[in-house]
Ligand binder design. Structure first.
Ligand code: BGC
Length: 395
């Protein structure tokens, strides 16, 4: 977006086994860290007419090269992603009149992100959402994390996965895809264990952006990865999301205290402003929600696996966003803390309710709430989870 960047994207087609990607990619991939010459700027690699991936140098952070990758699908739609924070910087899609604009908040240059906007488009980790008092225990060991959100820990700490440079491998056989790798060292931000993380973004011809997350550790730790894209389906962040209509397959949600830490209750949504089992506009009942929506919904999953859990639609643009996941929870954040201080690349203020997040996740504060689905990862286990966002036009 200008807020919403001026590119079009969509993706699909995740790699079922990311190891395959490393083999297949030898012929067609570029290892970002290895690409140092200026010639690579605006290099275009095309392996098949339907899959195009462009890589351009965007800057550098912590002495590491930062690139911007443009994934294009058959319809010409585009998603841009940077290996700084794994940030989705734009997703340009046509509206009902064929006018293209980005449906996510983002900036045209790296400097916008270095000013620390609130997690725009980024991969969030090691733990997405809050951990009460920045502390948790595994067995008898207590771990202390940064309190970077009042008394609590939020989104991985002072320098979470959204603020680091990831290694990148691209693939252009089949749908364009980008695999990002990051080694989070033992003790980083207070978390135990060396955690090897891979996130593969794939953009399909169906305009799905597939995100496949995997991780392994060498000590017991906690992991909860998500993507923090802010959507505004109008493509214009100066129009609020209050008229967007939302449907969520969740018959319960997790009520929170003043610091947005779940009380532990799984509350029935019936008769509350949190009942989105049938579509409701966001503005309809938001005044009855203290501070606006910033809550975890307990997804009513029919079976294990990736499933459609939420649909957002906007009649103005005719666009629709569908969210598919295998995660048990969805944080619906209505952009309550956006206050106009951050400007789009075009100079427009990004105000309250300019965009919203639908973050697939395990529940907030799960490390301290034994009744919630566990987020503990042990050596020898594989963390693996898939979420897809799909943009289309309302029929
Ligand atoms: C949280 C909000 C927070 C926002 C940006 C969301 O995931 O739920 O409380 O303000 O991220 O940090």
């Amino acid at each position: 977006m200008a807020g919403l960047s001026s590119k079009n994207k969509n993706n699909n087609g995740y790699m079922k086994n990311w190891h395959q990607l490393f083999i297949v990619s030898i012929m067609v991939t570029t290892l970002a860290a290895a690409c140092n010459n200026a010639e690579e700027k605006k290099e275009t690699v095309t392996a098949a007419p339907e899959a195009k991936l462009k890589q351009e140098k965007w800057g550098s952070v912590d002495g590491k090269d930062v690139y911007l990758y443009t994934l294009t699908n058959k319809s010409g739609a585009e998603v841009t992603i940077t290996n700084y924070g794994g940030i989705v910087t734009s997703w340009v899609s046509p509206d009902k009149n064929g006018i293209k604009s980005s449906v996510v908040l983002g900036f045209d240059s790296l400097s916008g992100y270095l000013a620390r906007p609130p997690y725009f488009g980024a991969i969030i980790g090691r733990y997405g959402n809050r951990i009460a008092k920045g502390s948790f225990k595994i067995d008898t060991a207590t771990y202390t994390l940064a309190k970077n959100n009042g008394a609590n820990h939020l989104h991985g700490g002072d320098k979470g996965f959204d603020k680091v440079v990831w290694d990148a491998i691209t693939q252009t056989t089949g749908p364009a895809s980008l695999t990002l790798h990051y080694l989070s060292k033992d003790g980083e931000e207070g978390y135990p264990g060396n955690l090897k993380v891979n996130v593969t973004y794939t953009f399909t011809d169906d305009n799905e952006l597939n995100m496949e997350y995997s991780a392994e550790t060498d000590k017991p730790t906690v992991v909860n990865l998500t993507n923090h894209s802010y959507f505004n389906l109008t493509g214009d962040p100066s129009t609020t999301i209050l008229n967007h209509s939302l449907q969520v397959n969740a018959d319960r949600y997790t009520p929170v205290d003043k610091g947005l830490i779940p009380t532990g209750e799984l509350k029935d949504v019936k008769g509350t402003p949190f009942d989105f089992l049938q579509p409701h506009t966001i503005g309809e009942r938001i005044a009855a929600v203290d501070g606006g929506y910033d809550h975890n919904f307990v997804l009513t999953k029919k079976e294990k696996g990736v499933e459609l859990v939420a649909t957002l639609s906007d009649s103005l643009s005719g666009r629709k966003l569908e969210v598919f996941t295998e995660e048990p929870g969805l944080q619906f954040y209505s952009g309550n803390f956006l206050d106009g201080t951050i400007k789009t690349s075009g100079g427009k203020a990004i105000n309250k309710y300019a965009a919203l997040c639908l973050e697939t996740q395990h529940f907030p504060d799960a490390p301290n709430q034994p009744a919630f689905p566990s987020t503990i990862l042990k050596p020898g286990e594989k963390y693996h989870t898939i979420t897809k966002y799909k943009i289309s036009l309302n029929k």
